[in-house]
Design a protein around this ligand. Structure first.
Ligand code: NAD
Length: 503
């Protein structure tokens, strides 16, 4: 059997450098790391491996651009124009971008194209938002007026994960830039390729040098991520990644009392009641965990099903999962591509084996026969999963789902809330009262009723419990990336309480 290989996209660079102060540079110590493509697991390029000295240089460039550059002082309309130009370039280069993302991450090409479109939308959204930006004023007639003076904070540190990397980077870059900050981005080390396109995009759109700086490399102590977190000239950090990493960053940022936004892991429930539209619920819950290769923070990876429809649901769901097309990421017919990296593939496969001990395997359970190499997993379904099972509790972050039955609404809620996470929840029922009651009580930052994960960019995004800290999205992002100074004006006589008045 022929070993499958992915087609290299056009313009694939041979190496990736940092981008500091408008210049492409190697690490100061010359160190690099290998980047693998997930179909062959062969290294296809070397990327610069950032260390504290590279972060120092990037932060210094961003600080200078903040203190001397035009960016923070620019009229909102002018920044908005540049953000729209970034969106234009991203749209124009969408196919090139998606081809690179697909090659580097193993995401199916159709889904990578969707993520590129979403990245452009993020810039357009914040371009519109800052033009419409207004701030509060508070009047005390005849005595006082107070208003809010909103200001960019300074150098923002942005740390991003490897799942949908380009789109997730745009989700932080757009609001950080819209509000007049300068920044240092540290992309995930598994997937630096699409981030290497940002400098060209920003230059074409007219972003001044030094406003955006990118340092590639690892996250751990002694490397780029950790030194960005601990840099004294970086007052705020927006992080997306695992809950464990989030906790560490929280502790490491504490001595400086930095502003933190944490978008962390999830193990989100999809709850299907017997009165739901079963066809729609099955379609949505299959897509909800197997799209983006299951490497999706809001994946509905635990499905709770009312007992009276449980057997039918499990049978139909497993049959549909079996029909999901696993294939080369570049093939437009592919629905599940290759897992991002061999290390993560091993983790997902280890959970498939754990699941076989803990529950009833009803679909998938291993590698597809036609892919003897590469990080391919068949969509895997486990039924009758007990709440204390590891596949019920742990975030697997791959195409693996756990299905469990429930008898009553109370039991469904108890099961839904029975993990340390609280990112999203999906509720399927046609009973209006039940759906809203459930939504009010489920421990999740975001809830969808009879819907897939379709997000309006104006809504708050964030998780509760171990899934995150703070909310971004819409005006919450503007709040996170700005200081809100209160200015108080006396409009009347000065009536100070007087201490120590002269005789
Ligand atoms: P990760 O936590 O391993 O890494 C994320 C980023 O943090 C990488 O850039 C990494 O280099 C860096 N990093 C690692 N250790 C660091 C440290 N000590 N200091 C500073 N930076 C450090 O996460 P991952 O495996 O890349 O991503 C998958 C995780 O991200 C999953 O848990 C997923 O649920 C989560 N995620 C959450 C959301 C959300 O919005 N809630 C969105 C996407 C992904």
């Amino acid at each position: 059997m022929a070993i499958p290989t992915a087609t290299k996209p056009a313009n694939l660079p041979a190496r990736i450098q940092h981008y500091i102060g408008g210049t492409h540079v190697d690490s100061l110590d010359g160190d690099t790391f290998d980047v693998l493509d997930p179909v062959s697991n062969q290294p296809y390029l070397k990327a610069a491996s950032g260390k504290p000295a590279d972060i120092d240089a990037a932060v210094a460039a961003a600080k200078e651009a903040f203190e001397t550059g035009p960016w923070p002082q620019m009229q909102n309309r002018e920044r908005s124009r540049i953000l729209n130009q970034i969106a234009d370039v991203v749209e124009t280069r969408g196919e090139e971008l998606a081809a690179m993302e697909c090659y580097d991450t193993g995401l199916p090409i159709t889904q990578a194209l969707g993520q590129a479109r979403r990245a452009a939308e993020n810039f357009r959204f914040f371009a519109d938002l800052i033009v419409a930006q207004h701030d509060d004023a508070f009047k005390v007639p005849g005595r006082q007026a107070n208003y809010v003076n909103r200001k960019p904070i300074g150098v923002a540190g942005l740390i991003t994960p490897w799942n949908t990397p380009f789109m997730l980077e745009s989700w932080k870059l757009a609001p950080a830039l819209a509000t007049g900050n300068t920044l240092v981005l540290k992309p995930a080390e598994f997937t630096p390729l699409s981030a290497s396109l940002w400098p060209g995009i920003f230059e074409e759109a007219g972003v001044p040098a030094g406003v955006v700086n990118i340092v590639h490399g690892y996250g751990e102590e002694g490397f780029a991520g950790d030194s960005l977190v601990k840099h004294p000239d970086v007052p705020l950090l927006s992080f997306t990644g695992e809950s464990g990493t989030g906790k560490l960053i929280f502790a490491n940022a504490a001595p400086w009392l930095k502003g933190l936004s944490m978008e962390l892991g999830g193990k989100s429930p999809a709850i299907v009641f017997a009165d739901a539209d079963l066809d729609a619920a099955i379609d949505a819950t299959v897509f909800g965990v197997f799209s983006l290769n299951g490497e999706r923070c809001t994946a509905g990876s635990r499905i709770l099903v009312e007992r009276s429809i449980y057997d039918e649901f499990v049978e139909r769901y497993s049959a549909q999962a079996d029909r999901v097309i696993v294939g080369l990421p570049e093939d437009p017919a592919t629905e599940v591509g290759a897992i991002v990296h061999p290390e993560h593939y091993e983790k997902v496969m280890s959970y498939v084996e754990i699941g076989k001990q803990e529950a009833r395997l009803t679909a998938g359970g291993g590698r597809p026969e036609e892919f003897p190499e590469g990080n391919f997993v068949r969509p895997t379904v486990f039924a009758d999963v007990a709440p204390d099972a590891r596949i019920f509790q742990d975030e697997i972050f791959g195409p693996v789902v756990a299905i469990s039955p429930f008898d009553t609404d109370e039991e469904a809620l108890e099961l839904a809330n029975n993990t340390k996470y609280g990112l999203a929840a999906y509720i399927w029922t046609n009973d209006l009262r039940r759906s809203h009651n459930f939504a009010q009580n489920v421990e999740a930052g975001m809830v969808w009723l009879n819907s897939n994960n379709v997000r309006d960019l104006r809504t708050p995004f964030g998780g509760v419990k171990a899934s995150g800290l703070g909310h971004e999205g819409g005006y919450r992002s503007i709040d996170f990336y700005t200081d809100q100074q209160a200015v108080h004006i006396n409009l009347g006589e000065v009536h100070n309480p007087v201490f120590g008045k002269a005789e």
